[in-house]
Design a protein around this ligand. Structure first.
Ligand SMILES: Nc1ncnc2c1ncn2[C@@H]1O[C@H](COP(=O)(O)OP(=O)(O)O)[C@@H](O)[C@H]1O
Length: 284
């Protein structure tokens, strides 16, 4: 762990993702050629020459977006959420948007081809802007996606965030986004009693400021029925992914102890990033 985190975030370095998913340069032989890879693997850049390449796993509603976004700001790497890429594609007009809306509104997963295409384009656009490293949120969701990712780049660390299921449904139903500033909030009051060895969990709502209050929107797929479908699909697909990254020694399990005020410092400690800002300013 310390070794992984010790390599954290250099302010400028080579872009770590090499030739993207659609590389035509066969610079390493892939053991499981992907139909998306267009005939080969990609150059893998040594971890010491690039920023962190982390993945956040966790059920819908666990807070992957919140913690991945905070860490991306801290480490200076892009936070790339495939759910956001899907929602952007949904908001655009055209045949893809129609195809996606049916799938997403039922809580189902988008095909590996579509999701890899969206992610690939996002990474290419980032590379063109000089981005380095990434924190992926919501990808990979299937073993096929994990294999494709593993073919093209090295993942340094996979953080698996966990919360009891009762809390996840309430958190999804409480999610709100301001349609003007784009910030996310949560109006749910969580108060789960501790029982059978499980600690109590309480989370205060993350209320929007008054000027966002009248502009709040709820995601179309955050209805109780669709949330439950998403949780079911997640639990069916996540086990092999967790096992895969565990077997590679990359999985860090993290039980969230509560809301952001309790969880954020503990997560930084677990990642050995608690004194990161001080160290950065000492080096600068
Ligand atoms: N890696 C992925 N593979 C397939 N579908 C995805 C992937 N990432 C996002 N999606 C689609 O976008 C929807 C929203 O994703 P996301 O915002 O990550 O939601 P959540 O984690 O709350 O379910 C998912 O329900 C799914 O339809």
């Amino acid at each position: 762990m310390a070794r992984i985190v010790g390599r954290v975030a250099r302010s400028s370095s080579l872009f770590g993702f090499g030739n993207r998913f659609y590389s035509t340069e066969a610079s390493h032989a892939s053991s499981s050629p992907s139909p998306f890879l267009n005939g080969g693997g990609a150059r893998k850049v040594a971890a010491k020459d690039r920023n962190v390449q982390w993945v956040f796993l966790g059920c819908p509603g666990v807070g992957k977006g919140t913690y991945a976004s905070r860490l991306s700001t801290l480490l200076g790497v892009p936070h790339i959420a495939t759910g956001d890429l899907v929602r952007e594609a949904l908001a655009s007009s055209g045949p893809l948007s129609q195809k996606l809306s049916e799938i997403v509104n039922q809580g189902k997963l988008v095909s590996d081809e579509i999701i890899v295409d969206l992610l690939s384009k996002r990474l290419e656009a980032g590379e063109a802007k000089g981005e380095s490293g990434f924190i992926l949120d919501g990808f990979p969701r299937t073993m096929r996606q994990a294999e494709i990712l593993g073919d093209v780049t090295d993942i340094d660390l996979v953080v698996n965030l966990k919360l009891p299921e009762e809390v996840l449904v309430e958190k999804c139903l409480g999610r709100r986004t301001c349609n003007q500033c784009g910030k996310g909030f949560n109006v749910a009051h969580i108060n789960l009693k501790g029982e059978n060895g499980r600690p109590a969990i309480s989370m205060d709502p993350l209320m929007p400021p008054p000027n966002c209050m009248s502009k709040l929107i709820t995601r179309a797929d955050d209805t109780e029925e669709v949330v439950k479908a998403r949780l079911r699909i997640y639990s069916e697909t996540s086990q092999p992914l967790e096992d895969y990254y565990r077997s590679k020694g990359k999985l860090m399990e993290f039980d969230l102890p509560g809301g952001i005020p309790e969880s954020w410092p503990r997560l930084l400690e677990a990642l050995r990033l608690d004194d990161y800002e001080e160290k950065q300013s000492a080096v600068a």
